[in-house]
Design a protein around this ligand. Structure first.
Ligand code: PMP
Length: 400
């Protein structure tokens, strides 16, 4: 028999897609599902961005660009980092890819050898561990408990670093918890990281524009200039500008790192979509004020949801600084029985119950390497969120 890649035996397909497909199936059977499973903004891509794409098509910008992206988009990214993050790069320190997801994988391929350890604070985005393994690395999970705001603690980070550590993943604001690091919190981590010059740092800042209460999101390279050369900052237009389907992500780091990443990109990708690159320039260089309006809308939803969910007996829900996710705990409900007599033993049991009994789709904590929690996305209208809360309350009351 021909064989498959052995690494594939080590992980499952993303549980988010599994819940999403099951919810879709129930919807197609006519069930009124409130779907809080998907991490996608519910606003439309702004008109000026769409217009730039149409113009690019009409101007025949429809051919290959360099595999690491067009120079004018790289320049727009340089300008963005200067304007918003106080980080200085030149165009040779920027790479563009078809979204942050493939970019993450290409960065792992650039950095990891067989057996390289990658520190992944948990709860973590569901794709990090699988990507590390596919690139031959070993994820080393470090738990970040709810009573610490789901944030990595300096002592826990230091305890996890050893000679095999190649990379530390940071994601602020986080998927799935919404937790974001302030400058002081990030400084505590960078104070540890400057002691270990063999370690790369990856900052996945894709949710940086979605922060609340005037929170200022911190980036390790901006907080600690000594880490500038070994920090790779990843960001993209998907979440900030409601452009998930356009597939543009970008990376910034030292020229040395970029030359190596370019080796991977030049062999593994053709180029990011040329029309989407033109649209991304319009997003990054165009008006930015509406981002705050969107963040305000997300904040109203967060406040509503946290209040409703935290009031439920058996649910613990804190109020995170950003993104559009909540990560409530339900440890107190473990061992309870559903009206059908099924015992709730873990997050798969719990979310299956919510889907089948309450017709609310959320994602199990097991997908994020952190049990007895579930993730819900509030990138949906307040009226849907209200409906979801009413149903969750009734479903939890029905447990015995
Ligand atoms: N990082 C995180 C933390 C995410 O949540 C996502 C999308 N869900 C991505 C990266 C990938 O974003 P994209 O590929 O759309 O740029």
């Amino acid at each position: 028999m021909p064989q498959f890649n052995k690494q594939l035996e080590r992980f499952q397909p993303s549980a988010i897609n599994t819940v999403f497909s099951l919810a879709g199936k129930l919807k197609s059977e006519g069930k009124d599902i409130v779907d809080l499973s998907i991490g996608e903004p519910d606003f439309d891509t702004p008109a000026h961005i769409k217009a730039a794409a149409i113009q690019a098509i009409e101007a025949d910008q429809t051919k290959y660009t360099p595999s690491d992206g067009a120079k004018d988009l790289k320049q727009a990214v340089v300008n963005k980092f200067k304007r918003e993050n106080n980080l200085n790069y030149n165009v040779n320190q920027i790479a563009i890819d078809s979204g942050v997801k493939p970019l993450l994988f290409h960065v792992m391929k650039t950095l990891l050898d067989e057996g390289s350890e990658v520190i992944v604070p948990t709860p973590c985005w569901t794709s990090y561990p699988g990507m590390v393994m596919l690139a031959g690395g070993e994820p080393v999970f470090v738990a970040c408990p709810q009573d610490k705001g789901f944030k990595l603690q300096a002592a826990d980070l230091e305890a996890a670093i050893n000679d095999k550590t190649r990379l530390v993943m940071l994601n602020s604001p986080s998927n799935p918890t919404g937790a974001a690091y302030s400058v002081d919190e990030m400084k505590a981590l960078t104070d540890v990281l400057i002691k270990y010059p063999h370690v790369w740092i990856l900052a996945d800042d894709i949710y940086e524009h979605i922060v609340f209460d005037k929170f200022v999101n911190a980036n390790p390279a901006a907080v600690e200039p000594k880490l500038y050369d070994r920090t790779i900052v990843l960001n993209g237009v998907s979440k900030a500008y409601c452009m998930t389907g356009w597939r543009i992500g970008y990376a910034a780091s030292s020229e040395n790192f970029m030359q190596m990443l370019l080796k991977v990109l030049s062999q593994a990708v053709g180029c990011p979509c040329s029309v989407s690159q033109a649209a991304a320039i319009a997003a990054l260089e165009g008006p930015q004020e509406y981002l705050q309006d969107w963040a305000k809308t997300y904040q109203e939803r967060r406040d509503y949801l946290v209040k409703r969910l935290d009031a439920i007996d058996g649910i613990e829900c804190n109020s995170p600084e950003g993104a559009f996710y909540l990560y409530p705990g339900f440890s107190a409900l473990i061992g309870k029985k559903t009206p059908q007599g099924i015992e709730i033993k873990d997050s798969i049991d719990f979310v299956s119950y919510l889907l089948e009994h309450a017709l609310v789709a959320v994602v199990p904590g097991s997908a994020f390497e952190y049990e007895n929690h579930f993730r819900l996305s509030y990138a949906t209208s307040l009226s849907e969120l209200e409906k979801a809360c009413d149903r969750i309350v009734l479903a939890i009351e029905a447990l015995s």
